[in-house]
Design a protein around this ligand. Sequence first.
Ligand SMILES: N[C@@H](CCC(=O)N[C@@H](CS)C(=O)NCC(=O)O)C(=O)O
Length: 219
Amino acid sequence: MTDLTNVGRTLFGYFRSSAAYRVRIALNHKGLAYRQQPVSLVRGEQRSEDYLALNPQGLVPALLDNGVLLTQSLAICEYLDEAYPHTAALLPTAAAMRARVRAAAQSIACDIHPLNNLRVLNYLKNELQQPEEARNAWYRHWLQEGFAALELQLADSAGQYCFGDDITLADVCLLPQVFNARRFNVEMAPYPLLAAIADRLELLPAFAAAHPAQQPDAV
Ligand SMILES: N[C@@H](CCC(=O)N[C@@H](CS)C(=O)NCC(=O)O)C(=O)O
């Protein structure tokens, strides 16, 4: 892998990774320029010696920001808010609202996504010998349970987006998870609020440019 330590800002990601998709949205929304270094999850590059030196977890994304190495998409997004306070904030200012936005974001990033990411689906397939039908049922179960709760959770707060009409960390997490759900043919009709917000988000330039199909490693 090329030595990238001198390049201003580099995102190590994969076009279909929803965690990397979150960070692309956050960077675009904030107007922070970055270059991308694809890490192919299908070729197992996340477990290469070079990548493990950046992130011993063997997960994307990782962000190298002017020599500062960061991992974990939510931590990266919050870092960007704190390190670049002049850019569009992803968390509101009031403590209670910040906690509510974080709760919605974490219900996706900490409770839905980890059960459905590649290594978990691969473990079900390879170690536990579960057929595709069972793996898809697993995927749908955790997604539907999470989305059902989030649909209720956002009922009071939503405007154009998850929290009123401002983009927050919750929106940054929502669209990639909806993209993922659609990829696995999960019906969004039971979650009309989430689907409507996702449809609006998708049209925003920062979100559109972060879409997996727009990435240099999209194949
Ligand atoms: N909590 C982590 C999750 C990162 C994660 O699960 N990344 C997935 C792609 S979305 C990955 O790298 N998977 C590689 C694998 O499962 O081997 C974050 O938010 O950054």
